[in-house]
Design a protein around this ligand. Sequence first.
Ligand SMILES: O=P(O)(O)OC[C@@]1(O)O[C@H](CO)[C@@H](O)[C@@H]1O
Length: 326
Amino acid sequence: MIVTLTANPSIDRTINLTGPLQRGAVHRASAATSHPGGKGVNVSRVVTAAGKRSIAVLPGNPGEPILLALDEAGIDHRGISHPGTARVNLTVTEPDGTTTKINEPGAALPPETLAALTACLQDLAGSAVWVVLSGSLPPGVPADWYADLVTALRVGPTQIAVDTSDAPLLALAARFPSAAPDLIKPNATELGQLTGLDGAELELAAEHGDPLPTARAARSLIEAGGPRAVLATLGAAGAVLVNDEGAWHATTPPIAPRSTVGAGDSSLAGYLLADLQNAGPADRLAWAVSYGSAAAALPGTALPSPHHTQPGAVTVTALNPVIGNH
Ligand SMILES: O=P(O)(O)OC[C@@]1(O)O[C@H](CO)[C@@H](O)[C@@H]1O
């Protein structure tokens, strides 16, 4: 089973425009859809769609729209009562695939809700292969809460993955090695935040066929006592996986992107789904990029099912000798 935590869930509202977005103009949308979202919820959606067990843990009151939407989508969840309601995040997509996203800050969570979320995760962790802590932290939550959770959940063989950015990511890294997760999934910007490098340059180098700067940056985190593995997603340039056993870069055949929302979450879910099948690192990476690329080819916040993916079409290259693995 894969348990996910989404501390700052959202109803993801997608508006499709018939032409380019223009500031200050009135647009008539051609369609609008809503999905229950937030990064951990998205991982649970993809894992569930693949027929594997997942439970999404999130703040949510009985009858709250996000919990009703999860019921309707058949996503097993544990809603922890809280004083607010889930935010609504807006995605605007243009016909050429350009995606603009506006995320609300989310409802503040008081210490009692954090304690109840922690207790719920501790309850479920014993029966989980992975616990995934994903997304931003809403107002009122200390930036180092993920670091606290990694420490609190570190019992038995359960593995912990973290996918976050900005202050919570830096606060987690400040607590390495004691709060080091098994896996982190930064994008290039987040890898830049962690290593002091320019994320845009890392991604550009990979786009030009040189994923080594990304692999070296990821390796530096592991060698400094950080996570056991880094899955760095690089948009159209695929992804890099670095762990104790080596380093790999993977790319998919080109796609026509329709909405990149949820692509990173789908990559993480693909990686975990392959891990549930005891796949080796190169295959885990192939599944990750195949799920990420399938998500980018789907509209709005629609997420991939196995039939959308083609892990066999992914090119995986080992980078080990070049970055000096043992
Ligand atoms: O504001 P956060 O928590 O960083 O991200 C939230 C979010 O943008 O992430 C998902 C896509 O990855 C969406 O479902 C959701 O709207």
